[in-house]
Write a protein that binds this ligand. Structure first.
Ligand SMILES: Nc1ncnc2c1ncn2[C@@H]1O[C@H](COP(=O)(O)OP(=O)(O)OP(=O)(O)O)[C@@H](O)[C@H]1O
Length: 340
């Protein structure tokens, strides 16, 4: 459906998009994640035709989009800065793309009704957009983007303005809706929870390049590098010397999965892979953070960086207690190098 090939965008000397390759298959939902300034929006704008490329190309279907203006690309945009038209009612907003395409009045009305049903605002045609809640406005913006049946829908921080509870509900609805419609989606968000809930595939960006791309559970289970691991919020990263299935670290011997890369490496231990044991209390419980039925326990070793352990509530030790630890190989990842 979409191919981005070797795409480069420079602002001055700096490549904000640096020879990026990305494919999005028909019906696929791809979410682009990354720190602020990593080039996510620039990539979306380049696909939409809002940002010219300094190198490489964008293909939709098999057609090179060079020189094709925004409104002829057949992409739907739902961008943070694309506000609704305040002087038009809900129906007028949703019909916008249809009107631009020259659709007749009856066709417009029928399609608007269909879309408002779809986004859970049946009969809202004549309401003023100024009188809608944030979540309702977001739904209208979505209906407006979907109305002309775009072959690719692009979302930039689609739920950015909304409070967390509403976002969590809407993101589930969005995924179901896109599944039902078979919509192909390229979305940008800085919110991990949103990306993991929405995506078939995640793309993590860093400094204009793709640091990792994969199914959400795959990226979560096997972050490719220290950058991706830390970006996902994993802090248990330590230097290790890996030989076979054992790594020597300042935390002691850590078992690693069979087939892990060997030698001097950085190593991630997921907090769920740390078990507390009675023997040899060489770790001190520094703090405890409640996470529902789990407690995130921060452990201070005699030497080296602190270690976070996810422990069932009932088994969580008190602050100041001395404990021993064991590691589970399935939760240990020998990390690859960061992209230069
Ligand atoms: N028109 C422009 N002129 C100069 N620099 C720009 C322009 N647009 C973007 N940039 C710079 O390019 C870099 C990437 O911007 P971009 O908006 O793509 O990042 P992002 O990953 O979407 O960030 P955020 O999550 O903050 O939206 C930033 O450092 C930004 O300042």
């Amino acid at each position: 459906m979409l191919s981005i090939e070797d795409a480069t965008v420079r602002f001055g000397q700096r490549a904000v998009l640096d020879a990026v390759d990305l494919e999005v298959a028909e019906h696929e939902i791809v979410c682009v994640l990354g720190p602020s300034g990593s080039g996510k929006s620039t990539m979306l704008r380049a696909v939409a035709g809002l940002q010219p490329l300094d190198g490489g190309r964008v293909l939709l279907g098999d057609a090179d989009q060079a020189g094709v203006p925004v409104h002829r690309r057949g992409v739907g945009l739902m961008f943070q800065d694309h506000q609704l038209f305040p002087q038009r009612d809900v129906g007028g907003n949703v019909a916008f793309g249809l009107r631009m395409r020259g659709a007749g009045k009856a066709e417009q009305a029928e399609r608007v009704r269909e879309l408002l049903d779809l986004v859970g605002l049946p009969g809202a045609e004549r309401r003023s957009v100024a009188a809608l809640s944030g979540g309702e406005q977001q739904r209208v913006a979505l209906a407006r983007a979907l109305a002309p049946r775009p072959r690719l829908l692009m979302l930039d921080e689609p739920l950015g303005q909304l409070d967390r509870g509403l976002r969590e509900r809407l993101v589930v609805e969005l995924r179901q809706l896109f599944g039902r419609l078979g919509t192909t989606v390229l979305a940008v968000t800085h919110d991990q929870g949103e990306a993991f809930a929405l995506a078939d595939r995640l793309v993590v960006m860093r400094d204009g390049r793709i640091a990792q791309s994969g199914a959400p559970d795959e990226v979560w289970r096997r972050p490719a590098s220290e950058f991706v691991a830390r970006f996902l919020g994993f802090d248990n990263v330590v230097t290790a010397r890996v030989t076979g299935t054992v790594a020597q670290t300042v935390w002691g011997k850590v078992p690693v999965p069979d087939g892990s890369p060997e030698g001097e490496r950085r190593l991630l231990v997921r907090p769920g892979g740390v078990r507390l044991v009675e023997s040899r209390p060489v770790w001190t419980v520094e703090s405890r953070t409640f996470r529902g039925s789990q407690v995130l326990v921060r452990l201070r070793p005699a030497e080296g960086p602190a270690l976070e352990a996810e422990i069932p509530l009932r088994e969580a030790p008190e602050e100041g207690a001395g404990v021993g630890v064991e590691f589970r190989a399935e939760d240990v990842v020998v990390l690859g190098d960061d992209i230069p």
